[in-house]
Design a protein around this ligand. Sequence first.
Ligand code: NAD
Length: 315
Amino acid sequence: PQAGSVALGATNDNAAAAVPVQQQHRRLDGKVAIVTGGARGIGEAIVRAFVRHGARVVIADIDDAVGEALAAALGGACCSYVHCDVSVEADVERAVECCVARHGRLDVLCNNAGVLGRQAPPAGTSAGTKSGGIASLDAAEFDRVLRVNTLGAALGMKHAARAMLQRRGGGGGGSIVSVASVAGVLGGMGPHAYTASKHALVGLTKNAACELGEHGIRVNCVSPFGVATPMLVNAWRHGHHGEDEEGGAPASVSAEEVEKAEEMVRGLATLKGPTLRAGDIAEAALFLASEESRYISGHNLVVDGGVTTSRNVIG
Ligand code: NAD
């Protein structure tokens, strides 16, 4: 395995994952799910949790090698991979079609794929500052981030809703869970485009919930605080708040970098004690995907140890 997957495997651990699957209530038995951005990081933890709870999962990602390896490791019968850039509508449509062709249905869509984006430091400061840079905003970069984080989720909702509506006679309903961020609730938590994209995603979730409720489809989002995934490690690798010059997150990160990022998150967190892990976000997504949340729709479940309540701001 890659250095990154070894290190991140540890970050995906949590108490629920440690309980043998036979002793757990399998909360997604018989369900079929798509997880975008499921090849690594938070998405990988969601894929693992969904499979552990009995779902058949299609990973939709752009990192084919990592996504295919994860699907193979989890077993072809319950997990498969499809290449899908969520910002390209034809890819999203094909991912949903593949899922329905393979499994006959779609019950759960998890819009997890996201990018942080790059941002120049504000005028007169060095590249060690958290955000800023509105005076030097790059329109193309702003557009790229919103295309992945917001339009990508909207396209997922569109094609998932179509598939869910088509099979309404055969069971009905469905659950759409998007991974937003505390940057979708507060300012000062990330680059401008990222913050705008996540606020928009929270709004989109509410609108889609209003519309799809009458068809029994629930739409919610989960908003994590900092999890030491490649995205976060990369943001802090060079001491600034955004992707590095090459763009994107690294394919692998070292155990030392993960530990350092977790230490920084613990320092910023309101709740002292536990370390927020990808598995914690997966548990929240699992709850919103399953029937245990059957009356919850249009909700943004923050998993932040009280950060948005105390209104801590990074930096
Ligand atoms: P990550 O960079 O570690 O993983 C992102 C995954 O998405 C990768 O597998 C990547 O290949 C995939 N991806 C990227 N662009 C894509 C595209 N256009 N189409 C399909 N797949 C694409 O990031 P992560 O930290 O695991 O983030 C997952 C989600 O959680 C994102 O939406 C992110 O904004 C959100 N989030 C992360 C944190 C954090 O601290 N890590 C905090 C709040 C919210």
